[in-house]
Design a protein around this ligand. Structure first.
Ligand SMILES: Cc1cc2nc3c(=O)[nH]c(=O)nc-3n(C[C@H](O)[C@H](O)[C@H](O)COP(=O)(O)OP(=O)(O)OC[C@H]3O[C@@H](n4cnc5c(N)ncnc54)[C@H](O)[C@@H]3O)c2cc1C
Length: 363
C-alpha cells in the first residue's frame, strides 16, 4: 500500500497503544459493532479522522479512501472501540454526500465528522431482511414533509443513536423495488420507540424500533423520492466493502500467531496469505471509491470471501486450544459467540452469491 501513508498508520497505532495502556479500552473482536465509546470517537474526530474523505465545506478532511483504509485497518487490528461513529462515517455520510441536498449535507455531515451525531441503520424489518425490497414501513406525504409508520428490527445502537437512516415505502407499486425512499430522522422525534434485543452473547446492541405517526420534514429525504432502491444498493457497497469484513476476528488471529505450534503453522500461514489477498481487494474497493464509483460487485466479493476467512480464523484458533474448551470471556470466546452473525449481517453469504452470479450472467 502507498508508503506515504505510513505516518498515518504509525499515528493510529500510537493512539490505540496509548489508550490501551491507559486502560481506556480492552481490544475486542467485532469491536466496530460491539465496542461503543463516544469519547474515543471524539478523539478521532479531533484528529480529523472522521469524515476524512469528505469536502472541508462539510467538516471533512479531503483525504483519499486509501488513507481512510489505513486508518480503519489499524483501528480494527487494535480492536478499538469505534462503534459510535462507524455507521455514520462508513455509509450514511457517503450516501448523503452522494445524493443528499446541500441543506441535508450541512445538517448531517459536520455532526458525523465531529462525533456529535450517532447514526443507526433502519433497513431490516421482521419480514424484510435478505429481501430488503419487501420493506413495509410507510412514508405518507403530509404538509411540509412525510409521516412514517412501521417497524424496524436488528437496529444496532438505536438506543444510543441521535439519528436514524430509514428506508421506507413511499408509493404502492406492482414492482417491489420501485416506490422506496430514503430518509434521515431524529431519534428523539415524537412517535419513535426503541426496545432492546439482547443477543446470545448477553450483549445489547440490537433493538426493535417502532415508528408511529412520526413526522419527517421534506428536506430530510435523501436524494430522489421513489429512487431508494438504486440509492440503497450503492450504499450497501460502502457497508460491505470495508476491512471490517475481514478483520472482525483479527485480535484472535494475532493471538494465534503468538501460540501456533508446528502442527498449525501451515494452516496459520495459509490464513495470513489469504489475509494479504483480501487486503488487496480492500485496496481495490477504496481505489474505486476514490474514482467516484460505488463498487457493488467488488464489495459483495469482499464480504463473501471475508466472512469465510473470519470463520476459518476462529476454527483454527479453536483447534489451537487443544481441548476445544473456550472461555466465553476470552477474545476467542467473544468472537465465537458473535460469529453466527458474520454471514448474515450486511447481506447474507447466500444473497451475496446470488448478486455475484447475476452479475456474471450479464457479462
Ligand atoms: C450482527 C448484526 C447486526 C445487524 N445490524 C443491523 C442494523 O443495524 N440495521 C439493520 O437494518 N439490520 C441489521 N441487521 C440485519 C441484517 O442485515 C439481516 O439480518 C439480514 O439482512 C438477513 O435478514 P433476516 O435476518 O431477515 O434473515 P432472512 O432474510 O430470513 O434469511 C435467513 C437465511 O435464509 C437465507 N436466504 C434468504 N433469502 C434467500 C434467497 N433468496 N436465496 C438463498 N438463501 C436465502 C439467508 O441467506 C439466511 O441464511 C443486523 C444483523 C446482524 C446479524
Amino acid at each position: 500500500m502507498n508508503s506515504s501513508l505510513d505516518g498515518l498508520r504509525r499515528e493510529v497505532r500510537e493512539l490505540c497503544r496509548a489508550w490501551r495502556e491507559a486502560g481506556r479500552y480492552r481490544p475486542r473482536p467485532d469491536a466496530w459493532l460491539r465496542s461503543f465509546d463516544l469519547a474515543f470517537s471524539k478523539e478521532l474526530a479531533e484528529r480529523g479522522w472522521l469524515g476524512m474523505t469528505w469536502p472541508r465545506s462539510v467538516g471533512g478532511g479531503e483525504r483519499s479512501n486509501l488513507a481512510r483504509l489505513v486508518l480503519t485497518e489499524e483501528l480494527l487490528r487494535a480492536g478499538a472501540p469505534v462503534a459510535a461513529h462507524w455507521i455514520g462515517d462508513r455509509q450514511i455520510g457517503p450516501a448523503v454526500l452522494r445524493y443528499g441536498s446541500e441543506r441535508l449535507q450541512q445538517e448531517v455531515l459536520p455532526g458525523i465528522a465531529a462525533a456529535e451525531h450517532v447514526f443507526c441503520l433502519g433497513m431490516s424489518e421482521p419480514d424484510a431482511g435478505s429481501d430488503l425490497a419487501a420493506v413495509r414501513t410507510t412514508a405518507t406525504r403530509v404538509p411540509g414533509g412525510w409521516r412514517i409508520d412501521g417497524r424496524k428490527i436488528w437496529t444496532s445502537h438505536a438506543h444510543r443513536a441521535t439519528h436514524a437512516y430509514l428506508l421506507a415505502r413511499s408509493e404502492k407499486s406492482e414492482v417491489k423495488h420501485a416506490g422506496l425512499t430514503e430518509f434521515v430522522l431524529d431519534m428523539d422525534s415524537p412517535g419513535v420507540s426503541v426496545s432492546p434485543i439482547v443477543d446470545m452473547a448477553g450483549s445489547h446492541h440490537f433493538n426493535e424500533v417502532v415508528f408511529e405517526n412520526v413526522f419527517v420534514p421534506e428536506h430530510r429525504v435523501i436524494g430522489t423520492v421513489g429512487d431508494g432502491w438504486k440509492q440503497v444498493t450503492e450504499q450497501l457497497s460502502y457497508e460491505r466493502g470495508g476491512p471490517e469484513r475481514v478483520l472482525s476476528t483479527y485480535p484472535v488471529l494475532a493471538e494465534l500467531l503468538e501460540v501456533a505450534d508446528d502442527g498449525l503453522l501451515e494452516e496459520v500461514g495459509e490464513l495470513v496469505a489469504r489475509l494479504g489477498t483480501l487486503r488487496a481487494l480492500c485496496v481495490r474497493v477504496a481505489e474505486a471509491m476514490d474514482a467516484g464509483e460505488a463498487p457493488v460487485q467488488a464489495a459483495a466479493t469482499l464480504k463473501y470471501l471475508g466472512t469465510a476467512f473470519e470463520r476459518d480464523v476462529l476454527e483454527c484458533a479453536r483447534r489451537a486450544t487443544g481441548s476445544g474448551v473456550v472461555d466465553p470471556g476470552s477474545a476467542l470466546g467473544e468472537a465465537i459467540l458473535a460469529s453466527p452473525g458474520f454471514g448474515i449481517r450486511g447481506g447474507s453469504s447466500e444473497v451475496l452469491l446470488s448478486i455475484l452470479a447475476k452479475q456474471e450472467a450479464r457479462r
